[in-house]
Design a binder for this molecule. Structure first.
Ligand SMILES: [Fe+2]
Length: 193
C-alpha cells in the first residue's frame, strides 16, 4: 500500500485510523442517504398540510448534501475511500430508512427528529475520537455537529413542547455536551454548512 502522509500524521497522534475511517465513511453514506430520503419526504409533503415542515426539510436536505461533500475530502486525505457501490449501505443506515411510503406531518416528524438525533450522537463520537489528536477531523465533525443540533432543535420546535417532552431532555443533554467537547481549534478554518 502506498504511504499516506495524512494517515501517518494522525496515527502518530494515537488515533485508530481504521476505526476513524470507518466512522467517516459511514457518516458520508448516512449524509448522502439523508439527502436521498429527505428528497422523498419533501415529495410526500407536497400537497398536504406540511408547508412549514417542507421548508425546514428542504434546508436540512441541502445541508446534509453539503456535509457529504465536506466529509469526502477528509476520507481521502486519510488514505480511505468510498465504497464502489452504495445500495446496501444507504439502505441500512439511519432512522429515515423506515419512512413510510405515505405519511403525514405527525408521523414524519418523529422520524426526522430521530435521524437528527442519530447524527448528533455520531458526530459527538467523532469529536471524542479525534479531540486533541486530529485537529482537522475534529473541527470538521464539530462544525457538522453544530448543524445537526440546529436540525434537531428545529424539528423539536415543530413537535411542540408537550409532544416532545421526553426528547427535550435528550436535546438539553446534547446541547450541554457542546461545552464538554470544547470549541473548534482556531488555527484550522472549516466552512460551515
Ligand atoms: Fe448532516
Amino acid at each position: 500500500m502506498a504511504k499516506c502522509v495524512g494517515r501517518e500524521l494522525v496515527e502518530a497522534k494515537g488515533v485508530d485510523v481504521d476505526r476513524l475511517l470507518n466512522a467517516l465513511v459511514e457518516r458520508a453514506l448516512a449524509e448522502l442517504g439523508n439527502y436521498y430520503y429527505f428528497t422523498l419526504v419533501r415529495i410526500h409533503l407536497l400537497g398536504v398540510d406540511g408547508e412549514a415542515l417542507r421548508r425546514i426539510i428542504e434546508q436540512v436536505r441541502e445541508q446534509d448534501r453539503h456535509h457529504f461533500e465536506m466529509l469526502v475530502p477528509r476520507i481521502y486525505e486519510l488514505g480511505g475511500r468510498l465504497p464502489e457501490t452504495v445500495e446496501q449501505e444507504l439502505g441500512a443506515l439511519g432512522a429515515l430508512r423506515v419512512l413510510p411510503a405515505e405519511a403525514d406531518v405527525p408521523s414524519i416528524l418523529p422520524i426526522v427528529l430521530r435521524a437528527a438525533e442519530e447524527s448528533v450522537h455520531a458526530y459527538t463520537d467523532l469529536c471524542m475520537m479525534t479531540a486533541g489528536k486530529d485537529r482537522h477531523t475534529y473541527n470538521l465533525a464539530l462544525a457538522i455537529r453544530r448543524d445537526e443540533i440546529q436540525h434537531q432543535v428545529r424539528f423539536l420546535e415543530m413537535l411542540g413542547r408537550g409532544a416532545a417532552e421526553p426528547r427535550l431532555q435528550t436535546s438539553a443533554d446534547i446541547l450541554l455536551s457542546v461545552a464538554q467537547i470544547g470549541p473548534p481549534i482556531p488555527s484550522v478554518g472549516i466552512a460551515r454548512a
